[in-house]
Design a protein around this ligand. Structure first.
Ligand code: PMV
Length: 360
């Protein structure tokens, strides 16, 4: 599909009010997206586990305006309270998607949103937040059209989410979503995420992700700035190729259940992401001393316990600890005893691989 396929032909805007609501999860990338072209087109393909516990619920109440407005008309409530600070980001998003959602100027929206994870926990809410919003808008569009297929609904929801925040396009479905054109997956696209189309070994069923909150402060460098620093980065071309090669490798690993190779790819991807940050100009470091202490403790425990626990990182200091269901008791005891002391105020979130967004 191409961009113009997402411009609706005919919409019936007779409906003068309604309510739509979605819960959408966060996701954690195994192969990382870092670097983009114009219009949120990724510089390399990525793949992620969809999460379950970390999610955003968004409700939109919409009322038809007397006549088409020249600007967007909406109120925003975060966890029950008006949140003016979030409005510019939403306005930017609406501007980016107006060609695909022309009805946005015909309705006044009241947007109510809340997260399951604690505010300012250092967990990025852009993936769950932008996808929940995009899904609500798609639900509005569905009510203005006849016979929209579920495939089109999901694809366009992912397409719109991408325009809000790149990685958000991987939150619509589960349990594994791939985004970005690659010769390894014929149906892959730069425009939207697709459910991973190949077989997945049962070792990855109910895979766990315990998120250790190492540093809950504001990031010194936003991901927008970080992506930009990949332009002219001395290692960019090799990195983009490596991500694609790793996608090719992980396809076989997900199918065969070769967990040792899985660990190797996932940890290398996490460290490479941070290596790109450390070798950009200006350079920056998002890991904290406790991030490194946790990584070292995981390596030591993996060696001595013969379990298959590993880590990955987002663009921040927090550590995602990944492990299979059949090792959960052993690994979780280790996490509580040895890793939680490195968390800020002892805080962590128990999450697991999930199935994607849900209509409420
Ligand atoms: O979606 P963005 O623009 O915030 O970028 C997120 C990038 C990483 O989380 C670091 C990696 C990824 O693929 O999710």
């Amino acid at each position: 599909m191409i961009e113009t396929d997402f411009i609706p032909d005919t919409l019936n805007l007779d409906k003068d009010h309604g309510i739509v609501q979605y819960t959408s999860p966060s996701n954690i990338a195994l192969i990382k997206y870092w670097g983009k072209l114009e219009n949120q087109i990724p510089a390399n393909p990525s793949i992620s586990f969809t999460l379950n516990a970390c999610s955003t619920t968004t409700k939109i109440e919409y009322v038809k305006l007397g006549k088409k407005a020249s600007d967007f008309s909406f109120d925003l409530y975060f966890e029950g309270l008006p949140k003016e600070e979030f409005k510019p980001k939403i306005t930017t998003f609406f501007k980016r998607i107006i060609t695909y959602m022309p009805f946005l100027l015909e309705y006044r929206l009241s947007i109510h949103t809340s997260n399951t994870f604690p505010h300012s926990s250092g967990i990025a809410s852009s993936a769950s937040g932008m996808s929940a919003l995009a899904l609500c808008l798609m639900e509005m569009e569905r009510s203005f059209t006849k016979n929209m297929t579920d495939d089109y609904f999901d694809r366009k929801a992912s397409f719109l989410s991408r325009l809000g925040s790149g990685s958000a396009c991987r939150s619509i479905n589960g349990p594994l979503v791939q985004w970005g054109k690659s010769n390894f997956i014929e149906s892959s696209s730069d425009l939207y995420g697709i459910p991973f189309p190949y077989d997945v070994h049962p070792i990855f069923n109910n895979f766990h992700d315990t998120i250790l909150l190492v540093d809950k402060g504001e990031k010194q460098v936003s991901s927008t700035v970080g992506h930009d620093l990949m332009h002219g980065h001395p290692f960019a071309a090799n990195r983009f190729k490596q991500a694609d090669d790793n996608l090719g490798k992980i396809i076989g690993v997900l199918e065969s259940g070769n967990i040792k190779e899985f660990i190797n790819i996932v940890e290398s991807e996490a460290l490479t992401l941070h290596a790109m940050m450390m070798t950009s100009n200006p350079y920056f470091i998002l890991m904290k001393p406790n991030t490194l202490s946790i990584i070292n403790a995981i390596w030591e425990f993996r060696e001595t316990s013969k379990t298959h626990v590993c880590f990955t990182l987002d663009a921040g200091a927090n550590v995602h600890v990944l492990y299979p269901e059949n090792e959960k008791d052993k690994v979780f005891s280790f996490i509580k005893e040895k890793l939680v002391p490195f968390c800020q105020n002892g805080q962590y979130i128990c999450d697991q691989i999930g199935q994607g967004a849900k209509k409420k």
